[in-house]
Ligand binder design. Structure first.
Ligand SMILES: Cc1cc2nc3c(=O)[nH]c(=O)nc-3n(C[C@H](O)[C@H](O)[C@H](O)COP(=O)(O)O)c2cc1C
Ligand code: SF4
Ligand code: SF4
Length: 306
């Protein structure tokens, strides 16, 4: 049986042109589904793939003789394109400059982001790696500050209806079930977050997504590797930074719209197709602030294994 995603439940079809095949074996080295073997100096299909072709396309992308076609799982030969020249690849110094200049920006100029810029961000983001192809990452795009504000206002109305979730009696009741870490998290972070979002919105201040002129919600499906939306969100963030935009990841909304009947209604009302183990909003806009210094960051730990 092939690996299921929301987009496909079938394995892809592999077609080999034996006349073109030179028997170089490159497709064999890259196929981790073990679909190929060499016989009489030509590649043939093996009888014992692991899952059945997952449609990663690697064999077709590496074959120097153009002898393999993969079709199915949302992939075809039409999806191959010529690589940009290697000299155009960003250097470490260029990437480091991009990374280290980035700051989370939540203060934006009152300036729209042109559709071509959004297209560029999406184009770059579609190159993101994914757990299993085809990507099961979904995007909800809010392409104006009116839309981000409407979403934030609706979210605060929804939060108001969920205030019992952070009430004293509920947190006391749940403490033995969900343990110390969750208890600390709810008391120290989630409860104050509910209040800060709702109370500020009551005053007309949007701390949910800061009235950004663009917000994208990256979320998966129940089939999706939970990391995939986060990987895509990160790619989008840096693509936007390279285009001169300021960005900020927002983790506050996603976990609060996953479970329960009201959350499902909120998702449906806002065009969100699935609940998702992980998901992340990224906001984008032309920065109204400019940082003068970078800030050195460290990891919690880096342990070199013996
Ligand atoms: C996964 C994730 C979730 C975040 N969620 C929020 C959020 O909900 N609201 C917010 O204002 N900032 C949020 N941030 C931004 C962080 O607070 C920010 O990264 C932090 O202040 C460090 O600043 P820097 O990004 O400039 O290094 C989030 C960042 C990440 C990576
Ligand atoms: S990479 Fe192409 S030419 Fe080389 S063995 Fe595979 S199909 Fe044949
Ligand atoms: S597309 Fe990927 S899984 Fe399928 S045969 Fe090619 S390398 Fe193997």
């Amino acid at each position: 049986m092939a690996i299921s995603t929301t987009r496909t439940k079938e394995k892809a079809t592999i077609t080999i042109d034996s006349d073109k095949c030179t028997g170089c074996g490159k497709c064999i080295s890259v196929c981790k589904d073990f679909n190929f073997l060499i016989k009489n100096n030509k590649v043939i299909l093996s009888n014992d793939p692991v899952f059945g072709c997952i449609g990663c396309g690697h064999c077709m992308a590496i074959c120097p003789a153009d002898a393999i076609e993969i079709s199915g799982r949302e992939l075809s030969k039409e999806d191959l394109f010529d690589l940009p020249p290697i000299e155009q690849r960003a250097s470490y110094e260029q990437l480091y400059a991009l990374y280290s200049r980035r700051r989370s920006v939540r203060e934006f100029l009152d300036k729209e982001i042109a559709p071509e810029i959004i297209e560029k961000i999406l184009d770059a983001t579609s190159t993101s790696p994914m757990g299993i192809s085809p990507s099961d990452v979904n995007l909800l795009i809010m392409d104006s500050k009116e839309k981000t504000r409407r979403f934030a206002a609706d979210f605060c109305v929804y939060l108001k209806s969920m205030l019992w979730f952070v009430s004293g009696w509920f947190l006391t009741l749940m403490r033995p079930f969900w343990g110390k870490t969750n208890d600390e998290m709810f008391k120290g972070f989630v409860k104050p977050l509910f209040n800060v979002y709702i109370n500020n919105m009551n005053e007309g201040i949007n701390l949910v997504n800061y009235d950004a002129p663009l917000a994208i919600y990256f979320y998966g499906s129940p089939y999706c590797d939970p990391a995939d939306p986060i990987v895509a969100a990160t790619t989008a963030m840096y693509a936007a930074e390279s285009l001169g935009l300021g960005t900020c990841m927002l983790g506050g909304v996603h976990p609060l719209i996953q479970k329960g009947r009201k959350a499902r209604k909120f998702r449906t009302d806002h065009g969100i197709r699935y609940p998702s183990r992980e998901g992340l909003f990224v906001i984008f806009g032309y920065p109204a602030v400019r940082y003068r210094k970078g800030i050195r960051r460290t990891f919690a730990s880096t342990t070199m294994m013996n």
